[in-house]
Design a protein around this ligand. Sequence first.
Ligand SMILES: Cc1cc2nc3c(=O)[nH]c(=O)nc-3n(C[C@H](O)[C@H](O)[C@H](O)COP(=O)(O)OP(=O)(O)OC[C@H]3O[C@@H](n4cnc5c(N)ncnc54)[C@H](O)[C@@H]3O)c2cc1C
Length: 413
Amino acid sequence: MKVHSRNADVLIVGGGLIGSAIAMGLAREGARSVTVVDLDLGGEWSSSELNAGGVRATWSQRVNLQASKSSIEYFGTLGDSIGYRDCGYLWLHRPETFESALKAREMQVREGWAVDVLDVEQIRNRCPFIDKTSDLAGALFGVKDGLVNPNRLKEHYRELAREAGVVFLDGVFVTSASRSTNWSVRAFQFRDTLKSEEKRRILEQNPTSAEAFEKEQGEWVEFTAKQVVNAAGAWAPKLAALLGYSCPSEPVRRQISLFHARDLDLTPYGMIIDPSGVYFHPESIYGLSGFATPGEGAGFNFHYDADAFFEEHIWPALYERSTAFESLRHVSGWAGLYENSPDHHAIVGPVEAAPGVFEAHSFSGHGAMQSYAVGLAVAEIMARGRYESLDFSELSGSRFKNGRPIASETWVI
Ligand SMILES: Cc1cc2nc3c(=O)[nH]c(=O)nc-3n(C[C@H](O)[C@H](O)[C@H](O)COP(=O)(O)OP(=O)(O)OC[C@H]3O[C@@H](n4cnc5c(N)ncnc54)[C@H](O)[C@@H]3O)c2cc1C
């Protein structure tokens, strides 16, 4: 078997929002030789392509608030070029959650994030279509929270990285790794663009043996790198195993439906989070709505349950919120993967058990909104040996081994 060799100072595995943001951060740090590899840079099955595009700093844990806040402030400087709209996040609360939400708001406001408190009448004034409110105690409105176009944001990071010489390689699937002085990372590089179902099969099955690629057209590549970044999203535990360490996170399916409300124009509104856990926002002429199905098991499952999901979970919750939602048309939808760590916080930083390896993954539903801050911080720790813009030490993966857990995030959707 002929193996082609390539050298880089840094090899980033995974070119989604997180890998692309780290590439941008390294470019800013003046890194000269950075290569990003991905099975599919287009990201058809990546979480960066399949998410809801919400960005908010309304978190209960400071590290999440700060990571989102600095990222959203950056998105604000880019505005329309990345589809950022500061249309706000409206969190509707029943009495049982309102007190703790108000408590979290104290920290958010102290940290400089504007969050308005609304009573039921003010909710109705702001969103007149929300006319079924008898169960509500009030709402919080994150004024600068909003929406982005994740695809444009990813391309923005890549553009800045490419301008500084970062190389992005498409159709490259990493299958093994070993370390002596440097890391040797072996990957199969497909010759032709893969079809959608072929990409999905590889990402679902994660083949690592040479035999699995015998019938494929392409070549083996051996990358030699001083530093390797695990930015493989939902596949981070698989890549961690190849790099010789264990990662406690799990991929979990999340589904999104597009619907049409004949008598309601949602475009003046931002993200709205119902106490049922169903969230929705305008998406071109439609509404986009998502929900975390209770009891969803771990796995690489991209199947969208279509009408069954919409009719069982989305529509009943929306029906109970507005007469304008009593008649809705289910248009389409999709499923993507969250990557959940045991405490639902991201895992970021150097990997103690694998020298030269850095990781940034397990962002559950908040990787897009924190990507800029993460990109800068990971690049700092890699290039300078310390965090400067934002301290992510508490998100180190070693917290699960060293018994230094962080309080679970309560504002997760
Ligand atoms: C339904 C849904 C809704 C969401 N809503 C929001 C939201 O509103 N706001 C928000 O901020 N976040 C949201 N998220 C979360 C957000 O999308 C993710 O946190 C973020 O995209 C993670 O980016 P990533 O770069 O880590 O992973 P990904 O974008 O998944 O990228 C990982 C890449 O690694 C590649 N890869 C994996 N293994 C290998 C290998 N062995 N060799 C080569 N390449 C490999 C994959 O091909 C993939 O492209 C949502 C996610 C989902 C699924």
